[in-house]
Design a protein around this ligand. Structure first.
Ligand SMILES: [Zn+2]
Length: 434
């Protein structure tokens, strides 16, 4: 657990912030990384090497950019103490719309992306929807409301623990996650980070993500997800002004945090040291030495790039900028997020199962061994036609199964993950071939 604080992406600004006087503290994440680098001389190099390896595996490896639109089920856990914190359904539903607009590049301010960045602007082809079946198989609207006796959840920036994770546990005043493999958990609560700071939100990167390897091995599954301060949710939030900051009323803190949740780093390169020597690893986001500091100022060029020198991409969702002034993810960021989703959060995107209306109608299936190499046994309770589809959406095999056990040779299957679906497209299970 001691490493946990190194893993969180925390977006923190001073409580004294006003539109005129932007006094930025930066990420607590960054501060801790710097401390670790001071104590461990090779720490920074190690992190950077791992990050570069991940970039290479995406660029040179098997990863193919596919056109499958992934859909991720979301649950909002609204952990409220005062009625103001108990945000309405309309606010939460609108937040999902904003998230989808940004991840499909349907955001109205996409027209503000500067011309030099249009060639790399990406539709991430990931969508989010409020879960329709809950953790226990019952119908749900994807909104979980829990009254708490805690007036706030404390982010102690001086602790080695992430104290804010208390909101993720019922026995600490919060509420337990729904299965993090199958749901994107978003906790909404009143965050307090001390007299001089206001925290908007934070997220953990996917466990196992190569660009964070070595840093995230200890993330317990039950803390995966996003935490948001209740004031920054959506653009129709009646409590938006409670935090005395006007730049975060557009619902885009979640866009940024989900970027972290899917493995993105800040465009200026995260912790360690500001400067041009540290980058986010994305070739199509220009190198920059410091974040935008929520100024909305365009035109800075804080690092000169070797080739094709471009100004800082201050409109990137992974910079620190005000909501109205961010409008773009890039192609490389798309590859990184989708790679991490496919590799490390695959059950999130086999989502059809979550949307089944009548769970009792789902055919039963058992797949073993799984992972499998030369052959696999599939036991089913009825005759059925099934297809095996890879994560790029290609159907690799279709076959008729008999009720009972079926032995299947895997000669035609390459190493990878395959979705097993019946002829109605219902996801039955996932087969890993190795
Ligand atoms: Zn961040």
């Amino acid at each position: 657990m001691k490493n946990l604080l190194t893993l969180a992406f925390v977006c923190l600004i001073s409580g004294a912030v006003t539109a005129q006087n932007t006094n930025i503290m930066g990420c607590a994440h960054d501060m801790v990384l710097r401390k670790m680098a001071e104590n461990n001389p090779d720490f920074q190099d190690r992190c950077q090497t791992q990050h570069n390896d991940a970039i290479r595996s995406i660029k040179d490896g098997d990863y193919q950019r596919s056109s499958v639109v992934y859909q991720i089920p979301v649950v909002f856990h609204v952990v409220w103490n005062t009625p103001e914190q108990n945000l309405s359904d309309e606010v939460l539903q609108r937040q999902i719309e904003i998230l989808n607009e940004d991840y499909r590049r349907l955001n109205p301010n996409a027209v503000d992306t500067r011309d030099e960045f249009l060639p790399v602007a990406a539709d991430i082809e990931v969508e989010f929807y409020l879960a329709e079946v809950d953790n226990w198989g019952n119908p749900t609207d994807g909104i979980d409301r829990v009254e708490t006796e805690e007036p706030y959840f404390f982010f102690d920036i001086f602790s080695t623990e992430i104290t804010l994770d208390a909101v993720k546990f019922s026995d600490q005043g919060g509420v337990d996650a729904w299965n993090p493999d199958e749901f994107l958990n978003i906790w909404v609560c009143n965050i307090y980070a001390g007299e001089f700071a206001q925290l908007f939100g934070f997220a953990y990167p996917p466990e196992g993500a190569e660009n964070w390897e070595g840093l995230i091995d200890d993330v317990p599954e039950d803390v995966e997800g996003v935490v948001l301060h209740y004031t920054v949710v959506s653009d129709n939030n009646p409590q938006a002004t409670d935090d005395n900051f006007e730049g975060n009323d557009g619902g885009r803190v979640l866009t940024h945090e989900v970027g972290h949740y899917l493995g993105l780093r800040h465009t200026w390169g995260d912790g360690f040291f500001d400067g041009c020597a540290v980058d986010d690893g994305m070739e199509d986001t220009p190198n920059l030495s410091v974040n935008n500091a929520y100024t909305c100022i365009l035109g800075d060029n804080t690092c000169v790039d070797d080739e094709n020198d471009l100004p800082d991409m201050s409109e990137n969702y992974m910079d620190y900028n005000q909501d109205p002034c961010v409008n773009i993810f890039t192609n490389d960021q798309k590859d990184m997020m989708r790679f991490n989703l496919e590799e490390f959060r695959p059950e999130l995107i086999d989502g059809e199962f979550v949307g089944v209306n009548n769970v009792s109608d789902v055919p039963t299936i058992e797949v073993y061994p799984n992972p499998a190499s030369r052959f696999v046994t599939i036991a089913v309770d009825q005759n059925m036609l099934v297809s095996f589809t890879d994560l790029a959406g290609r159907t690799v095999e279709t076959m008729q199964l008999k009720a009972g056990t079926n032995q299947i040779q895997l000669e035609g299957f390459e190493t990878g993950v395959y979705l097993i679906q019946n002829n109605e497209g219902l996801l039955l299970d996932r087969l890993v071939v190795q």
